[in-house]
Ligand binder design. Sequence first.
Ligand SMILES: Nc1ncnc2c1ncn2[C@@H]1O[C@H](COP(=O)(O)OP(=O)(O)OP(=O)(O)O)[C@@H](O)[C@H]1O
Length: 855
Amino acid sequence: MPPAKRKAADDGIGRASKRSTPAPATPQSVDSLSDDDYAESEDEGLDEEGGKIKLSAAQAQRQKDQKAAITKLNKRTQFSRISRLTGKSSRLFGQKDFHDLGLKKDHENRPIWIDARVSEGSSKGPKITLESFAPNASKATDLLTTIAEPVSRPAHLHEYRLTEHSLYAALSVGLKGDDIINALEKFCKTNVPDGIKAFIERNTLTYGKVRFVLRDNKFYVESEDDEVIYKLLTDSVISGCKAAGAEVQTGTIQTKATVIQGTAGAKGQTQVSQQQGEIPRDDPAAENEAMIQALRDEDDDEDSFRQTHSFEIAKGTRETVAQRCLEIGLPGVSEYDFNNDKNNPNLPIDLKPQTQIRPYQEKALSKMFGNGRGKSGIIVLPCGAGKTLVGITAACHIKKKIVVLCTSAMSVYQWASEFKKWSDVRDEDVTSFSSSEKKKFPGEAGILVSTYSMMCIDPEGPRCAYDTKNMLQWVQSQEWGLMILDEVHVVPAKMFRKVQDTVRAHCKLGLTATLLREDDKITDLNYLIGPKLYEANWMELANQGHIAKVQCAEVWCPMSMEFYQEYQKASSRKQLLYYACNPIKFQVCQFLINYHENRGDKIIVFSDNIFALEHYAKAMMKPFIHGQTSNKERQDVLENFQHNEIINTIFLSKIGDTSLDLPEATCLIQISSHYGSRRQEAQRLGRILRAKRRNDEGFNAFFYSLVSKDTTEMAYSAKRQAFLVDQGYSFKTITHLQGMDQMPNLMYKDPRERMELLSEVMLVSEDQGDLEKGANNLWATDKGPRGRGSNKKKGLTGVRRTAGSLAEMGGGGIMAPIYQERQRGAQTADKNSFFEKEKRRRTALEKKRRAEASK
Ligand SMILES: Nc1ncnc2c1ncn2[C@@H]1O[C@H](COP(=O)(O)OP(=O)(O)OP(=O)(O)O)[C@@H](O)[C@H]1O
């Protein structure tokens, strides 16, 4: 490649190239180059000054190959070019040949393209591509986030997909099939293909005809159309789910508009003055309404009553009925008319007057409460964007009994205190149910915070303690207004079924940052909970300062020769150890830590492999935390990281991937990770998105992923980045770190040192190459009653892992008594802490070195 023509971006510490798609084939990303870079003839190149020179045959061949690679890439990604070239052979453009559709005259003012191909009977609809730079792109974005699922949103071209579920979500905010077709017609550069219209019509015709309703703690299937009820009762699966002796009942429902708490119209907020017909720009509920009205001429009939027919279904069959309804083309919706629910007691709760929810939080909630009733579904916001406050605002809106389920005891504590922080709920009305605390709220209504694992305990099981059984029976007997499901992507369907058996809730709200599962089971959530109601755009939130802007880089670390030889001979389990402990990766890590510490950054280094984690941390004399670190030591390390100027780097295993709120952290280095997990990559990035300094001028957080070159780690790394690339992040590839070789005290420069490390790695058993198992949370997960999963049994440290937080160190919080007991029990605990142990180890090492030198 001609050096003078390289468009390498320099970030100040090394030569880098930028890419927006994972893993290019060469270190210098081809994305950063244009066709013009290769304008010279194939056997000529450019010298340093740009003068033409004759190339050797090999060089000419290489240049030819690179040119071919770029042409191929351009064909795949540069959609706008295709538009200019429509009319050429479809062989060139493959599946994206749109020339048959015919461009509208004013196509330049219209921002979207619709892929004409839809497979018959598929739930997946067409892909829609949006030119984010085109006129009207922001209006089209609003429409597409309402009717389609975002697939990929890099800087210039966004890709969405219409699916049956995304259309159901659109209908649930009040749109109709015709509205959607008309709106697409307005924004599309070509006529909307007939196949697409048919897909939309097919999937919008029957939506909302079936509803699942909870009355007197019993589930009913309800419809305004008696023919639908007849069809369901004659269906082979659904008829078997009807409750014994149940009859078809007739009743009425009321429809009414709503105002979301914490928005312009909510209590305690300043009313935004609004002239007739003018839409306040920061009121998403009104924007929704305006969009619907703009698309339709007819008025919504407010406060109207409609007749309904319903029948009761047997206990435990709701999910089967929901799945079957979906299969027979009558997707059911779960809506809760909380305003008219006179059977369940109200909970006195409002947001505090000073609580101001952000525009994207309002927008998400307006999708949930669009028509005055509470819809079940999932809200997707980036890590650190404030999902907790979204859940709390939904609770303040429904004002009935609320149950919150989370993944760990630590999160239980956090949710309970966040309710008290943001709302005016009475302290005694917020209670927790975990292995260490089992408390019912004293009044008729309240908030219960618990974990998924507690809800899955069988109350009749032999190991269930008396107080746990008592609590579970109480939970079962309640009719909950809202169930909030935190980190909903982690809940496997089997576990969720058990949860549904225990908790009967009118409305379910799932919250997550990464609606992703490597096992592709994520679509199950559509019938288990409901459709995705809203998904925020990460880049938009970063640009608005709600989350930090991050520079992402993949640093390629060549394998040292001796490690590479052993790597090639090793089993796949052991290979991980060689590429994780690669001495050059170590040097890169050491250099980056040094560089960022000098800039004043606070750094988290992640390693899933415990052997590598301990090796790096001990060699660099940095504190570390993994699954076997005691709670006391975890607290010490984290507190030092936050408040001690000397401790600027900590090493964490995967237990720090989630539930870690360290706004001080501004840099993240990843040395070993969980294979190709896209979710882990995003969750880890989330640790630095909440950086306190995010609104400082020119501030950037840094995310480095270190990969050993020419190893399997490279392929995993590309896969891991896919989700973040789709969110618009671009990963630079750094192939060389300027100044690293000159760094004083750089370790493993000496071949003898490298050989020592190699023999150490060779001696350890294969299973040390495994990634950390079990604990996936910084604070031990809740194992249920009677200390199930005790550490002793598993041969871990004798420490009982209990939830705690830094705030508790001051004596507050639910775990404070346990922590204080431990403190009283042992002043010696400090002697075992990382800092003490490390001091002793270094002194011994120093003594040994001195003794060897004197010899
Ligand atoms: N409207 C708001 N006003 C002020 N602060 C807010 C608001 N919304 C969220 N925050 C703050 O943003 C931070 C992140 O919130 P939260 O912990 O709920 O994020 P999250 O989306 O659950 O992140 P993660 O997925 O990483 O757990 C918290 O410190 C919270 O107080």
